[in-house]
Design a protein around this ligand. Sequence first.
Ligand code: SF4
Length: 494
Amino acid sequence: MDFIQGFNRCQLQMLSFDTMVKQDSWARIVDLFVDILPLKELGFKSTHASEGRPPFDPSDLLKLYLYGYKNQLRSSRKLAHACQVNIEVIWLLKGLTPSARKIAYFRKENSTAFKKAFRHFVVLLKDWSLIDGETIAIDSFKIRAQNSLKNNFNQKKIDRHIDYIDGKINEYQNQLEEEDNADRKEEIEKKIAYQNSKKDKYEEIEQQIKDRGVSQISLTDPDAKSVILHRNVVNVGYCVQAGCDGKYNLFINNDTGTVNDTHALSPMALDAKSLLGLDTMNVITDKGYTTGKHIDICTKNNITTFSSPKDHSSQHNGLFDMQIFKYDKENDFYTCPAGQILSTNGTVYNKNKHKVKHYKNRQACKTCELRNQCTKNKNGRFIERSIYQEALDENKKRVADNPNYYRLRQQITEHQFGTLKRQWGFTYVLMKGKENVLSEVNLMMICYNLRRLMSIFSINDLKNKLKELVLLFLTKYTTYRRIYPMNIQKMLTC
Ligand code: SF4
């Protein structure tokens, strides 16, 4: 039977390396893109060559990383191997073969520069009118850290371990009292000493938790936290915040630090607004971000929030819903379903980091016929009103009045997360520490935005657009500065 045959390996051929890389290759786009970046101003440093020879050009190493992160080649060893066997990488680096160590150090030493490069790119996209900043959706995704669950501790886990060890020690001590054989006794004493050394280790960790005033501690990556990855699966990782623009669903900014979204709304929204130089903007977020304080901060900074409202706890206990109580803003009191006034003494209390005022009318509640439907509290109905309730109510009304607009949230943010995680394998990070983890996130987001441009423009249009900038950048840097002054300003200040 005939089969399709490959070429003759022994046949000599005259060919240029350039012909071996397709015209629409990701490597070609990365090559052009890195050439338009003012790497020096962005703060890129190259790792020094120990033998005294010149270091590698940061642009070559950045190209290597951008090529690799898009193609699931993230580890420095895989990248070093690709430099020797992957035709596209050999073309991209013009045959350079940096060692895995050099590649790894470049990523480690340029975390701030990666961030600046991403932000520079975002401003460039705004200059190209691909980002308009009208609607920003903020959401988060979780990724695993370089820290096993075994090396993450909270007080409850430490107590459980210490209780177990105490039980073991008691058991061995009982055995010791009953044992007459000297060899056997020595063996048991060794076991007790081993358990005591383990207990010392847990007590040391317990002390660290107390000294730092934190609720949990990770031993391998101190910045990583115990997070729920999905469907109640807990692992140690990072919760990465991402802002995306509604026009072409491009990434705008990112951050990490907290394990949930509760305190991320205003920092992310303000950062996006300042980066894009906007006067006003709309932000769409899910329920996790709905916090009175942050919605209030956004409102005061001309950012209109569309954050899914949270249900009031009274909606689930079978008693009168809070919505039935009418609030009088002018006189600062509530009117209850029985027509009674529930007033406040004006004091602001701290409740679980939330600032609230209390409203009650004990006398009226004592004799109220509706009491059984209203409260189970022996002192009568008691209302806690956040000092940011007005901002929360306005946000709730906006979401209710614009259901179709709110529904854009999923379209704007969630598809990108799927691409990063499922297609590009970004479900875990290779580096430790918040700054280093963010440098990986920034690399991924640059890759995503760049890849997205390949879909928005035709490949040729994109290449021509990038080539124009390369030419400007190489021949007349001052002109480049004049045309894109905002980029330079931003990258120096971010
Ligand atoms: S129990 Fe108190 S708050 Fe509730 S309806 Fe009666 S008077 Fe009003």
